[in-house]
Design a protein around this ligand. Structure first.
Ligand code: APR
Length: 180
């Protein structure tokens, strides 16, 4: 199955998705925050924070997994994206690492379907188009290396972000000659 067919784009609140894991755009403390981090903790309930307290934080570019608690998703994969400082401080590599490490955890736990928000593109200021390109290419490359996860959903919070991700998938598909 071509990788692009395993990539899904939706415009939704990620806390509503019925998937094996949703990815949280967290900060290094893993103790909650605003944006999607705040939404996930509110929806999951206090047990999520209680488990996060046992994890001793998370490095930028790394990822850690917890239960999903009151969420429909069975797990939350917490990753810490880079803060945008202009693009010459390793931000692209760190953002790619967030997607890769999250996917490695999903594979290690045998998860079939996971959903990502657009990591670092809110409070952390990463330009949305550049982030979408990194997200789609990193996920597509990872999916070439095995059949788990079976599907990855880019859960965008607005239609512009969704369009950016769809465009990157289309570019990928045509480059791979999959459009024929
Ligand atoms: N569902 C899906 N996407 C969402 C949701 C939601 N419920 N809420 C926000 N988003 C989108 C934003 O529109 C943005 O595109 O998630 C993307 C990431 O934005 P942030 O949540 O601000 O995350 P980030 O830019 O990675 O900054 C992380 O913000 O909330 C704090 O604790 C967090 O310090 C950390 C920082």
């Amino acid at each position: 199955m071509p990788e692009s067919s395993r990539l899904i784009v939706v415009t939704a609140d990620i806390t509503t998705l019925d998937v094996d894991a949703i990815v949280n755009a967290a900060n290094s403390s893993l103790l909650g925050g605003g944006g999607v981090d705040g939404a996930i903790h509110r929806a999951a309930g206090p047990q999520l924070l209680a488990e996060c307290r046992t994890l001793d934080g998370c490095e930028t570019g790394d990822a850690k997994i917890t239960g999903g608690y009151r969420l429909r998703a069975r797990h939350v994969i917490h990753t810490v994206g880079p803060v945008w400082h202009g693009g010459d401080s390793g931000e692209p590599e760190l953002l790619a690492s967030c997607y890769r490490r999250s996917l490695e955890l999903a594979r290690r736990h045998g998860l079939k379907c996971i959903a990502f928000p657009s990591i670092s593109t809110g409070v952390y200021g990463y330009p949305k188009a550049a982030a979408a390109k990194i997200a789609v290419r990193t996920v597509s490359d990872f999916l070439k290396s095995g059949d788990r996860p079976q599907s990855v959903t880019f859960c965008c919070f607005d239609h512009r972000a969704a369009e950016l991700h769809r465009r990157e998938i289309a570019v990928l598909g045509s480059a791979m000659g999959e459009s024929q």
